[in-house]
Design a binder for this molecule. Structure first.
Ligand SMILES: [Zn+2]
Length: 267
């Protein structure tokens, strides 16, 4: 690592400390947060869709010295529009809303848990400008981990842009599938965060075990119920559900493992 990078990394740490106390969970931390995820990140392979529509977003543009966040626009989605979108999406999933009564109890509890953590200011959603060095695969929408003792859910900015553009709505009201997929992703991350024995995210074996567990929990307790209600959702969730059914809902489940492995081995 060059001196320039080292210097900027130091600045990032200071930036992180300063910002880590902020309560605005939709705040754009951007690159300043990158150093964080090299530490406590539990790999969170989440919903991916057929194929990213924004190829440019998948090409790391930070191979040179890390730059501080610049105002960005992708498909007219500015940082503030993305912040608003996350905020609106999250608020729209509040279990107390009449719209969300079709969520099973399990999902309502997990989303409720996020709400309770947020009030205690130990929950963050952080935008990354780029997923390089974060343990996130380019197709990951979310990841989670414990950062400085605080439960953290990360939303990868490039992937989130693709999620919105593919979903068809980039601001409220969102489509039913966007809401469902966002809820599924959040619940999946809470399943990770509530597990005190997540293993070592640096080890593929540990990651796979934890991912299989989280996908199964989220499928049996949430995705399957949505599917029975004919609710629209990401095709990958349906594939996972099919795989688990083929395994009698039990782990180990080779079809599910194969499905998740492709993403995990890239990390
Ligand atoms: Zn995961």
């Amino acid at each position: 690592m060059g001196r320039e990078r080292e210097r900027k990394r130091g600045r990032s740490r200071r930036e992180r400390r300063r910002r880590s106390t902020r309560t605005d969970w939709t705040g754009t931390l951007g690159l300043a947060a990158l150093g964080v995820f090299a530490i406590g990140l539990i790999a969170g392979t989440i919903l991916t869709t057929r194929r990213p529509t924004l190829k440019a977003d998948r090409s790391p543009d930070l191979s040179g010295p890390v730059a501080m966040p610049q105002p960005q626009s992708d498909g007219n989605l500015t940082d503030s529009a993305l912040n608003a979108a996350v905020n609106q999406l999250f608020l729209s999933l509040n279990p107390s809303l009449a719209d969300n009564q079709y969520f099973p109890q399990f999902a309502q509890e997990k989303i409720g848990w996020i709400l309770s953590q947020k009030k205690a200011v130990i929950f963050f959603i952080i935008f990354l400008k780029n997923t390089e060095n974060t343990g996130l695969d380019a197709e990951d929408l979310m990841a989670s981990g414990t950062v400085e003792g605080k439960s953290t859910i990360v939303i990868a900015r490039p992937r989130f842009i693709g999620f919105l553009l593919e979903g068809g709505r980039t601001s409220a009201p969102f489509t039913l599938q966007e809401r469902n997929d966002f809820a599924l992703a959040l619940v999946h991350e809470v399943v990770h965060l509530q597990n005190p024995n997540r293993g070592d995210p640096a080890r593929l074996g540990d990651r796979m075990a934890e991912e299989l567990r989280a996908w199964r929990e989220t499928d049996l307790n949430f995705a399957r119920q949505l599917r029975e209600l004919n609710q629209p959702m990401n095709y990958r969730v349906i594939e996972a559900d099919d795989a688990l059914r083929a395994c009698g809902d039990k782990l180990p489940c080779e079809p599910l493992r194969q499905m998740l492995l492709q993403t995990e081995i890239r990390k």
